[in-house]
Design a protein around this ligand. Structure first.
Ligand code: NAD
Length: 268
């Protein structure tokens, strides 16, 4: 039985994660962390998530539950996540990280823990998206050098704070790696005004923010005469939460290292 604690437990993903842990027969809810000074400290996690009393209360300090959990699941914000990673290194804990929007420096800071902490870091924990990444790798290899333009279009709810989504960037990276075109050089993230025609090799990104869209990604491979579109649509946050709990259970048996969902699912 894997004992799981959730940071950011009052957030959209945090509440969904409580539900997912509670539904998993091989995982148990060991604690939940809210922001320091939050009025939700002391609240029952099950009531917070709308799944009925669980008898486990929210706390505003990780130190108070350090002996209660094996794996931390963190869907919060970059600086918060990096502080929690340092805590895990110090206390011999494992961590599943779903937070997106890390800068290059923050990514490097995270990566420096790979020899000390067993960690899963993935911008999208859904099994479907991770299979989609494999399909994109295959499609990019087959079409990318044959005159097909590659464009990534993503849509999310109006509250999302980073763009393009971590998933869209990951999709871009997978295709860029397959084509040996570094994304930093070939990614085009903005087109406005007299920007001229598209170049053959660029990978374009477009972002939509509207309403309550959970997460949709389409990758278009377009050439004269035809267009292939590979689309993934998430209709509920439960898909991410279930993936994160699966990752936590998988991680409980692993040595220090940086893993992603491809490792967890067995697609790597
Ligand atoms: P949200 O704003 O609803 O939730 C974030 C929560 O973190 C908030 O409740 C906030 O109070 C809490 N928080 C902030 N600082 C904290 C601290 N120091 N201690 C404890 N809690 C703290 O956001 P969300 O929609 O749940 O998304 C959170 C993150 O997860 C974002 O980066 C988002 O892009 C990412 N996300 C990843 C996946 C995935 O599959 N990897 C899926 C969905 C969302």
């Amino acid at each position: 039985m894997t004992r799981i604690a959730i940071v950011g437990v009052a957030g959209r993903m945090g509440r969904t994660l409580v539900n997912a842990v509670q539904q998993d027969a091989d995982a148990t809810l060991a604690g939940g962390i809210v922001e320091q000074g939050s009025s939700l400290a002391g609240a029952d996690l099950g009531e917070l998530a709308g799944v009925g009393k669980q008898g486990v209360m929210a706390s505003d300090s990780l130190a108070t539950i350090v002996d209660d959990f094996d794996v931390l699941i963190d869907f919060t914000a970059p600086r918060v996540t990096l502080n929690n990673l340092a805590f895990c290194a110090e206390h011999g804990k494992r961590i599943v990280i779903g937070t997106t929007g890390l800068s290059d420096d923050e990514q490097a800071e995270l990566d420096a823990y790979r020899d000390r902490v067993p960690l899963v870091f993935a911008p999208n924990m859904s099994v479907g998206v991770n299979l989609t990444l494999k399909l994109l790798e295959t499609a990019a290899k087959a079409l990318g050098d044959e005159g097909y333009d590659i464009e990534v279009i993503e849509s999310h709810h109006r509250h999302k704070v980073d763009a393009p989504s971590g998933t869209a960037l990951k999709m871009g990276e997978v295709m860029a790696d397959a084509l040996e075109r570094p994304l930093k050089e070939y990614g085009v993230f903005e087109r406005v005004g007299q920007c001229g025609p598209r170049s053959d090799d660029e990978i374009g990104f477009a972002t939509v923010r509207a309403g309550d869209i959970v997460g949709e990604h389409t990758v278009m491979f377009a050439t004269e005469g035809e267009r292939i579109e590979i689309t993934h649509k998430a209709s509920s946050r439960m898909t991410f939460a279930k993936g994160a709990v699966r990752a936590a259970r998988w991680l409980a048996e692993r040595p220090a290292g940086r893993y992603d969902m491809q490792d967890v699912i067995g697609l790597s």
